[in-house]
Write a protein that binds this ligand. Sequence first.
Ligand SMILES: Cc1cc2nc3c(=O)[nH]c(=O)nc-3n(C[C@H](O)[C@H](O)[C@H](O)COP(=O)(O)OP(=O)(O)OC[C@H]3O[C@@H](n4cnc5c(N)ncnc54)[C@H](O)[C@@H]3O)c2cc1C
Ligand SMILES: *[C@@H]1O[C@H](CO)[C@@H](O)[C@H](O)[C@H]1NC(C)=O
Ligand SMILES: *[C@@H]1O[C@H](CO)[C@@H](O)[C@H](O)[C@H]1NC(C)=O
Ligand SMILES: *[C@@H]1O[C@H](CO)[C@@H](O)[C@H](O)[C@H]1NC(C)=O
Ligand SMILES: *[C@@H]1O[C@H](CO)[C@@H](O)[C@H](O)[C@H]1NC(C)=O
Ligand SMILES: *[C@@H]1O[C@H](CO)[C@@H](O)[C@H](O)[C@H]1NC(C)=O
Ligand SMILES: *[C@@H]1O[C@H](CO)[C@@H](O)[C@H](O)[C@H]1NC(C)=O
Ligand SMILES: *[C@@H]1O[C@H](CO)[C@@H](O)[C@H](O)[C@H]1NC(C)=O
Ligand SMILES: *[C@@H]1O[C@H](CO)[C@@H](O)[C@H](O)[C@H]1NC(C)=O
Length: 659
Amino acid sequence: MSSFLRTAVAVLAAVAPLASAQTLVVDNSTVISATDETVAPAAATVPETSTDASVPYFAAETVQLTDDVLANLTALDLSNISLFNFPESDATASKRGVASGCKTFPGDRLWPIPLVWTVFDLLLGGALEAVTPIAAPCYNDHPKVRNAAKCSFITNNWTNDSYMHADDPSSIMWPLYQGRTCMPTSDPSDSCTLGGFPSYVVKATNVAQIQLAVNFARNANIRLVVKNTGHDFNGKSAGAGALSIWTHNLKDIKYVPNYKQGSYKGPAVKAGSGVQAFELYDFANKNGITVVGGEGKTVGVTGGYLLGGGHSPLSSLYGMAADQVLSMEVVTPDGRFVTASDTANTDLFWALRGGGGSTFGVITSVTFKTYPKMQAAVATFSFSTGANVTEDTFWAGVRAYFDYFVSYTDKGAYEYFQIIQLGPGAYLFNMAPFFAPNMTTAQLQTLITPWLNTLSGLGIQVTPTYFGYNNFYDAWNNHFPLETVGSTNIKTASRLFPKSNWADQATLNATFAAIKSVVLEGSTVLAFNIAAAKNGGSNNAVNPAWRNTCLHAIQGVFWDAAADVPTIVAASKKMTFDWMQRWRDVSPGAGAYMSEADILEPDFQQAFYGSNYDRLYSLKQKFDPTGLFYAPTGVGSEDWTISGQVDGLPTQNGKLCRA
Ligand SMILES: Cc1cc2nc3c(=O)[nH]c(=O)nc-3n(C[C@H](O)[C@H](O)[C@H](O)COP(=O)(O)OP(=O)(O)OC[C@H]3O[C@@H](n4cnc5c(N)ncnc54)[C@H](O)[C@@H]3O)c2cc1C
Ligand SMILES: *[C@@H]1O[C@H](CO)[C@@H](O)[C@H](O)[C@H]1NC(C)=O
Ligand SMILES: *[C@@H]1O[C@H](CO)[C@@H](O)[C@H](O)[C@H]1NC(C)=O
Ligand SMILES: *[C@@H]1O[C@H](CO)[C@@H](O)[C@H](O)[C@H]1NC(C)=O
Ligand SMILES: *[C@@H]1O[C@H](CO)[C@@H](O)[C@H](O)[C@H]1NC(C)=O
Ligand SMILES: *[C@@H]1O[C@H](CO)[C@@H](O)[C@H](O)[C@H]1NC(C)=O
Ligand SMILES: *[C@@H]1O[C@H](CO)[C@@H](O)[C@H](O)[C@H]1NC(C)=O
Ligand SMILES: *[C@@H]1O[C@H](CO)[C@@H](O)[C@H](O)[C@H]1NC(C)=O
Ligand SMILES: *[C@@H]1O[C@H](CO)[C@@H](O)[C@H](O)[C@H]1NC(C)=O
């Protein structure tokens, strides 16, 4: 151990116990003068093969916080490192968390003093950063980062560059839930505050840092957040007064042609939790294989996407992303690093695959099945009301499409379509795209011709453009554009409509009428004709509603960009309790996809988790008894509240307290 770490630990000893830290006067000049020395992070390098892991650890996973590392720190005698201990070795520290009704918040007496954060940073090897909101360069009250050119870059790219948000340690793509306290602005005299952004972020590049962060947050009773890309629609990757773990840099990917695990023998890919769809698909393509991921280019595949279930352009053929998983490496709430698979930590394995992000631990990598290279066909087209197409004709054309939902998905197809009100009495249907994996354009044409003939019979002339590809990557890359993010004038909700609604015409008509009715009132519907194919591997926590659906439909409500809070709340409530209720009424007992759903969904436990909820809740108590991991609408989130909230517009900007 270097003298630097020795100094760090000695300084920590001087400020402990934490409870009286704020009253101590500390001379930290030794820390400052020591910055020239080599930093010795609290970590050990373990062999890349372990008993449970059926693929070798990534280099980032061999760097771990072990009992030996902690023993060495403790052995210094002058140290008090209880803040970084695993729970069984320090019951008192853990109790500090449970005793309090709220997570310790900046400004609270127990909030660690700057020196403790400095020591934490030393143990992390310099990976800690105090959070500066992404748009701070636009504000005079952030003189250190104020930069007009940067501000204009951020402002210009705010809604069209999800890479920019993903590459920032704390930015999230739906600022409504952050509290909109530091939006890009042309008025530098406005104020920019942290709002729902965390206080500190660990820019993790190895497992030891994640373990230290988990132990520190648990022992110091600080709110813990995990941010990967920040795509989450409900603010699940932010939190005021939190320590955040940023997994974005865990970018390793490895192809394992002959993987064996439990009953599976075959090709697999192991991907770090920072890997994004565009990277994973590119990697798969270069290796001549196909993998199941989402349509969104910048989504973090083995992060929140897969943990929430994860739907894919390949789901109608191969099932959910969570169904492909063979094993996972995870830091659990007790700070330990474990493998979860069919043969190790099987309860955890079940819960992680569909039980939601930021609930049972921090994933560092996932190994999943791959498939052979495949061809794909794509068609794009649209139609709208107009000279020869009345409103009634338009809706008859859309209704005719609904007749094919079950048969299209049975053939493995996936369609992403939008129904948009363009103005009074004017509507657009946009097929963007009809995606047919494993099909030729001729097969796709045959598949959709009956519907196109019906359209033609109605007087709706549609001329699809067909595209054929010999691989998934090009089909995906060319037909799923980088999507808009960062908006603050839209909120969404969704429903997984069961296939049984297609069993008879009366029920299907009622389903269609419920969907049409919200578009007539100004909503936009973005929907997927998709099914979760049965493909083994489905004994997991994915919402059972996915197993029966052929339609994942999202509706949006909009308001004016300058709308005040009461206007936003009214729009939000209209959607949740009126428009969405029409969808619930025609699909009783069904559910919604947690990662593209309404944060205010009533009875979210039933809607997002279905019959899995009770088991998930009890596993949550078992693996995370102190409630270290919290995410809005996550398993067990009903046990917590965030203070200072406007009813109807929840944000992560407030103190997290036991309900
Ligand atoms: C433009 C866009 C396109 C999308 N396309 C699709 C799609 O095609 N299919 C689909 O199913 N969904 C899609 N989604 C939804 C997406 O799956 C969710 O937003 C998902 O939560 C994103 O996960 P992330 O890790 O990228 O994002 P984040 O917002 O960073 O994380 C989401 C949640 O997971 C947690 N989390 C992240 N990483 C980890 C980790 N390593 N360990 C533990 N918890 C973690 C976070 O704490 C948070 O609770 C899309 C969303 C957007 C905005
Ligand atoms: C470490 O801190 C705990 C409480 O936080 C205290 O009880 C203990 O005496 C301290 N140990 C040392 C060696 O300072
Ligand atoms: C500790 O160091 C920081 C700089 O890292 C300084 O701002 C602070 O005043 C110092 N505190 C004490 C008590 O010396
Ligand atoms: C613990 O300290 C001893 C003595 O300095 C050293 O040899 C050993 O490598 C250390 N172990 C770890 C895990 O850091
Ligand atoms: C995003 O907007 C910026 C500035 O308006 C522009 O330069 C850039 O080309 C846009 N990118 C995309 C993908 O539309
Ligand atoms: C962001 O804006 C810059 C110009 O300001 C542009 O060069 C860049 O391509 C934009 N990013 C995206 C993804 O469009
Ligand atoms: C409407 O139909 C007429 C007659 O078939 C045709 O000439 C005209 O081009 C059509 N208009 C549009 C907008 O499709
Ligand atoms: C893909 O198509 C071929 C024949 O065209 C078929 O044999 C194969 O089973 C299909 N693959 C899947 C996963 O359906
Ligand atoms: C369902 O709707 C179609 C088209 O609108 C209509 O022709 C049919 O009679 C309806 N069927 C029932 C059972 O309501």
